[in-house]
Structures are given as C-alpha cells and as structure tokens.
Design a protein around this ligand. Structure first.
Ligand code: NDP
Ligand code: MG
Length: 381
C-alpha cells in the first residue's frame, strides 16, 4: 500500500487523481489532502477517503469542518498548512496539483522531507525551476511529471541516454482559438475561451491554452525537468492531442507517446512508475477510427505568449518568475471580466520589459518578485 498526499484535491487534476486512487484502492490510499474554498467537494472527499489530515484555505471553513468530523482527522488552514500536507510523514508520494506559484514553498519542503513528487503544478517549475531541481538533486528526490507532454517525454526517455537527445518536440492542440486570426481574438469572451476542444481542465490552464502561454510554461517546465537547453525544445501544433509529445535522438529516430486525451493516464503513470497498471477500456486509443493526424508549424506571432515565454526562459534569472506571476494575475483579471483577451499578453509584456533581471535569485527574491509583479498587474487591471 502506498500512501498519497494530494495538494489541490478539489481541482481538475486533484479529482482525477482521486479517481485513479479509487480505481486502484488495493495499491493506493489518500492520507492527507488540501483544498481551497470548495467545501462541498472537500466534505465528499473526507467522507469517501477518510484521510488523516485536511488543509483548507480559510480559518472559518477549517473550524466548521473540525466541528463536523470526528477527532481522528486533523484540520488546518492557510498557506502554511499546504506544507503540512506536502511533508505529511506517512505519505510516500506527494501529488502536487495545486494551482499557481503558491505550490513552490510546499514543493521545496516536500523535497527536503525526501518525498517522491508527482508534479502537475507547472507554475512552481516555471517560477523557480533552478531551486526545485537543485533541491531535488541534493536530496536525491524524484520528480515525476504529470503534465501530459512531460509524461510523454519521460516515457520516451526510459532506457535512453539523455546525451543522445537531439530535441524535445512538445505538441500543442492550439486551444480554444486555434482557428481564429489575431484580429478575431480582439472581442472573444471568457465563455468562448473556456471551451477547449480536446481537454477538460481547470479555468486558468484552459485560458493558458487559448493564449498558448500554457505551451510556453511547458517549454520552461521541460527545460528544467529534462535539463535541455531552450534551442533544443520545439513546439508543434497537433490538433488531435493524440501524440502527447516526442523525443528526437541524434540518429534521427523519433520516439512518441500516444493515447486518448485523458489526464488520468499520466497521473496514474506517475503513481505507478516504473510499473504500469490497467486502465478502463473506454479510454483506449483506436487509430483506425481516428484515421488521420495533423501537424503544423507554430506561428510565434499568432501565438505571441509562446514567444514571450521562450524569451523569458532564455533570459533566465527572475524573468520566468515575472512571466508566470504576470500571467497568473492577468488571467485572473480576464476571468473576472476586467480585461480583454489580447490584454493578457500586453500586460505580461509590460511586466517583463520593466523588470530588471536578477541573475541567480534565491527563494526570498523569487517570492518578492512574484508578489511585486502581481501587484503591478493588479494596479493595471
Ligand atoms: P483547478 O483550478 O481545477 O484546481 C486548483 C486546485 O488548487 C483546487 O483544488 C483549488 O481549490 C486549489 N487552490 C487554488 N488556489 C489555491 C490557493 N491559493 N491555496 C490553496 N489551494 C488553492 O486547476 P487544475 O487542476 O486545472 O490545475 C492544477 C495544476 O495542474 C496547474 O498547475 C495546472 O497548470 C496543472 N495542469 C493541469 C492540467 C489539467 O488537465 N487540468 C493538465 C496539466 C497540468 P478549490 O477549488 O477548492 O478552491
Ligand atoms: Mg500539458
């Protein structure tokens, strides 16, 4: 039996992780989890999985839950309580599926506590990949990718010597607006942006997919996870989301990982790695039925956020921190109806161009830059 602690249990990835645990209750047990403000779902999870520790965002919610459930379950609240879940002593694996750079500190603490980490929370790797990877190396901790592209690359690299990599090829579905021109993007609504053609995901990442910032964050995520320079990471438009990503080697061979777009597959692989468990038949790939797959070069001017992400990634230091924080704040503004779709990239570009890069930022510098960038964007919203 492996014990799982889960950050962000009430989210899209969190709930799908619970489904994987549910499907393999002979092998996995949820021991601790965090949620944000969704108390209906939090209650359901507590009743079904009977964990030992639950963290929520607010004190009032925490007190209410404490009064409702018996004392065998501990409750805590606030950002510090994410750390309690992340380092929960009995847990073998931490699944980090919280949203945003709030996941950074808990991740670093979990690494120090030598937890194996299945990481979905890409913002953590974008904002401070150097700190996370350095800590993982020092503590000999494994970071297992959950993001489908990175899981695909990780799978393609099994048994391979990383020295033989020519390039990583990340596939991109194109998001909700892949067939619209830039001009048509000016007046798109939140509702349209939230309507992703292939994947059902949380609101923030669905907007990130529409702006293509998601792929930009993933390029930076891949740079850190696989220790590959940016010029060897390519993005390819592939509308069907069947090939989840590929690795090209020096001998010109390309290894790809394919599957139906179902996040439970990479989540499950991160939990069972290096083993594989059965998966419900309904999810199986039927290539004869699909018939054709399409590929197209990425247009960096059409998808300007991807260009900004490459630039920030190459510049390094605190630039990716600014990119991520500005994006989180701008997307939140867009979701609240405060700005238009194309203003997301405008605001991010503004934040990047006014920032004086700090070359080797430590944790407190990262946290300061993150906070300062968010308040700058908030002042513009
Ligand atoms: P959701 O918005 O669906 O879920 C986010 C989770 O984090 C919820 O449990 C939410 O709680 C919690 N949360 C949000 N903010 C805070 C906070 N400040 N403090 C504590 N808890 C918080 O996001 P997703 O599941 O879509 O994404 C999670 C991560 O996984 C992101 O980094 C995303 O990029 C990545 N990812 C997601 C994919 C997907 O298919 N969804 C695919 C690949 C990567 P509550 O809802 O209770 O308020
Ligand atoms: Mg992805």
């Amino acid at each position: 039996m492996k014990y799982i602690s889960l950050l962000g249990a009430t989210g899209s990835i969190g709930m799908q992780t619970l489904d994987v645990i549910r499907n393999h209750s002979e092998a996995y047990r949820l021991i601790a989890f965090s949620s944000g403000r969704n108390m209906d779902e939090t209650r359901k999870i507590i009743k079904e999985f009977k964990p030992k520790l639950v963290s929520v965002q607010n004190k009032d919610d925490c007190k209410r839950l404490e009064a409702e459930f018996d004392s065998s379950i501990s409750f805590s609240y606030g950002e510090e309580s994410l750390v309690e879940v992340a380092v929960y002593e009995k847990a073998d694996i931490l699944v980090n599926a919280v949203l945003g750079s709030v996941g950074l500190f808990p991740t670093l603490q979990a690494i120090k506590a030598k937890k194996t980490i299945a990481i979905a929370n890409k913002e953590t790797l974008v904002t401070a990949g150097h700190l996370v990877m350095e800590a993982a190396r020092e503590n000999d901790v494994e970071l297992l990718p959950v993001d489908s592209e990175h899981s695909a690359i990780f799978q393609a690299l099994q048994g391979e010597n990383p020295k033989n990599i020519e390039k990583l090829i990340l596939t991109a579905s194109g998001g909700s607006f892949r067939d619209r021109t830039r001009n048509e993007l000016k007046e798109v609504t939140v509702e349209e942006a939230l309507n992703h053609p292939n994947w059902s995901m949380g609101a923030k990442i669905t907007i990130d997919s529409a702006t293509m910032m998601n792929k930009g964050l993933e390029v930076i995520e891949a740079h850190w996870l696989f220790d590959i320079p940016f010029e060897q990471i390519e993005v390819l438009l592939h509308r069907e989301s069947i090939i989840h990503s590929m690795v090209e080697f020096h001998d010109s061979s390309v290894i790809a990982q394919l599957g139906t777009p179902d996040m439970r597959v990479p989540i499950q692989y991160a939990l069972t790695y290096p083993d594989r468990f059965p998966f419900p038949k309904a999810s199986k790939l039927n290539l004869a039925q699909i018939g054709k797959l399409h590929f197209q070069e990425m247009d960096m001017d059409r998808f300007y956020c991807l260009k900004l992400a490459y630039q920030a990634g190459v510049a390094g230091g605190t630039m990716p921190t600014v990119l991520n924080a500005a994006n989180e704040a701008a997307v939140s503004g867009f979701l609240k109806g405060k700005i238009k779709f194309l203003q997301i990239e405008e605001l991010i570009e503004k934040a990047l161009s006014r920032h004086n890069r700090i070359k080797h930022p430590d944790l407190s510098t990262i946290q300061d830059v993150d906070k300062e960038t968010r308040s700058y964007i908030d002042s513009l919203l």
